[in-house]
Design a protein. Structure first.
Length: 231
């Protein structure tokens, strides 16, 4: 009888976590993973370098626009550096317009910011006006795929800087269209141009056009691929 009682008591102890373990489990359950922290809403968007450094941009808070993290944007411009100076910048999935306007702040000659969501496009236009760039920057209400198909060099052969930072989901639902668009830009952009493509970690960057060399950098959860046309 005593042995049976001891066995029952031992089973009960094994089946019940101690208070310290339970507290640790609850604490761990309440802690955000790095991925969850990266998915949190961005409080505000600002220019981080150049003439307009520190200037805030209007942002509706709509997560569909998925503004790029400041640290990722800064890393990109550290890599691209003086390549934006005097260039024509195209921001194909503009969202807040932060990439194109950051490039203008750092010396780009002009910028075309493409956005298919009209209220968001109107906010970009407001940001352009606030920065006093109406004569050198334009917000275009258009589908990026359609815009890219019509994109052609100007008569002067001005070099481009093209930002392609779409919703990550498009690399799944419209992967072939995305790859065709990127290949088309590579083929058409003038010598001396730079193309920057942002994807997430699930996209295989080996699928990018092999007609040009790519530098790939990881800024979790983003992968940034940069190609410079030298010939």
């Amino acid at each position: 009888m005593k042995k049976a009682a001891r066995r029952d008591e031992a089973k009960k102890k094994r089946g019940k976590p101690d208070e310290a373990s339970e507290a640790t489990t609850k604490k761990a359950a309440g802690r955000k993973s790095p991925r969850e922290e990266d998915d949190q809403p961005i409080a505000g968007v600002r220019i981080i370098g150049g003439t307009f450094r520190g200037r805030n941009l209007q942002y509706s808070g709509d997560l569909r626009t998925r503004p790029m993290k400041d640290r990722t944007r800064e890393a990109i411009f550290n890599l691209v550096g003086i390549d934006v100076i005097g260039r024509h910048v195209f921001d194909l999935f503009a969202g807040t317009g932060a990439l194109g306007l950051e490039a203008m702040s750092r010396g780009a000659a002009k910028a075309t910011l493409v956005e298919r969501h009209l209220p968001t496009r109107n906010l970009i236009e407001d940001n352009i006006r606030t920065l006093g760039l109406e004569d050198r920057a334009i917000a275009v209400f258009s589908d990026a795929f359609m815009f890219a198909r019509k994109l052609q060099p100007d008569e002067q052969g001005t070099s481009w800087v093209v930002f392609c930072s779409p919703p990550y989901e498009l690399f799944v639902s419209r992967r072939d269209d995305m790859l065709a668009m990127i290949a088309g830009i590579v083929a058409k952009m003038p010598v001396g141009s730079t193309l920057i493509v942002e994807t997430d970690e699930h996209f295989d960057t080996a699928l990018l056009p092999d007609t040009i060399e790519w530098r790939v950098r990881k800024y979790y959860p983003a992968f940034v691929s940069i190609a410079e046309k030298t010939e």
